[in-house]
Design a protein around this ligand. Structure first.
Ligand code: SAM
Length: 214
């Protein structure tokens, strides 16, 4: 198996469970690595796309783990009937993750622990989770991008209004500060010769405020 990048390594490090559901598994690196390293004893690898799931089937077979994985074509938790204590939902947009969690709630299939890594619209996902305690929410830099990792396990504090945009930085990391500086530079460049719309100005001030607290 190829070496995991920082994003996948961070997600893997959050897994420590009996039964893991890797929702939207695609290539399968997360679930198969969890099984291989013993971080998960059992794995349900699922994807809405049969074609994507077949990549995971190939990876598990190449690692000699094919017999130990249950592969399920499923939209979110729809066809996942096994009891799992942890689920990873990574690489999907925030709105898609919200849809999956809402449906899981109505099916009574939300596991005790969720490891979420939205690729877009993370702030909308945080807003959706606003009534829920959050164990960890931090940023991980992988290649040239920054990804949020959100861990929900029944422990921790709820989001503050000021944390929806960029998260809790919990545990604190230099990746978080770097992400804020980058975003500030992007906005500086973009609005060098024109006035910032009110919404952008609010974001700009918010970032500055966060950086001042460092
Ligand atoms: C970009 S890949 C992410 C792969 C891996 N989880 C990761 O983080 O590297 C997104 C995968 O999610 C799957 N997907 C999208 N919507 C889904 C849904 N509602 N339920 C299950 N899988 C979904 C897609 O088919 C695709 O294989």
């Amino acid at each position: 198996m190829k070496e995991l990048d920082n994003r996948l390594k961070a997600i893997l490090a959050e897994i420590d469970c009996e039964a893991l559901a890797d929702i939207g598994c695609d290539h399968g690196y997360i679930g198969v690595s969890a099984l291989k390293s013993g971080r998960a004893k059992r794995l349900i690898a699922s994807d809405i796309s049969e074609k994507s799931l077949s990549k995971c089937i190939r990876l598990a077979a190449s690692e000699g783990l094919g017999e130990k994985v249950k592969f399920v074509v499923s939209d979110g938790f729809e066809n996942i009937r096994d009891k799992v204590d942890t689920a990873v939902i990574a690489g999907l947009g925030g709105y898609e993750i919200i849809k999956i969690l809402e449906r899981a709630k109505s099916l009574n299939r939300v596991p005790e622990k969720l490891i979420l890594c939205p690729h877009q619209n993370a702030s909308e996902l945080r807003r959706y989770l606003s009534g829920t305690p959050v164990e960890r929410d931090y940023v991980v830099r992988s290649d040239l991008k920054f990804y949020p990792v959100i861990v929900i396990s029944g422990k921790g504090e709820r989001y503050l209004e000021t944390e929806f945009g960029y998260g809790k930085n919990l545990p604190p990391s230099t990746d978080f500060t770097e992400m804020l500086f980058r975003r500030l530079n992007v906005l500086d460049e973009r609005f060098r010769e024109r006035t910032m719309p009110e919404k952008v100005k609010t974001e700009y001030d918010e970032i500055k405020e966060l950086l001042c607290r460092k």
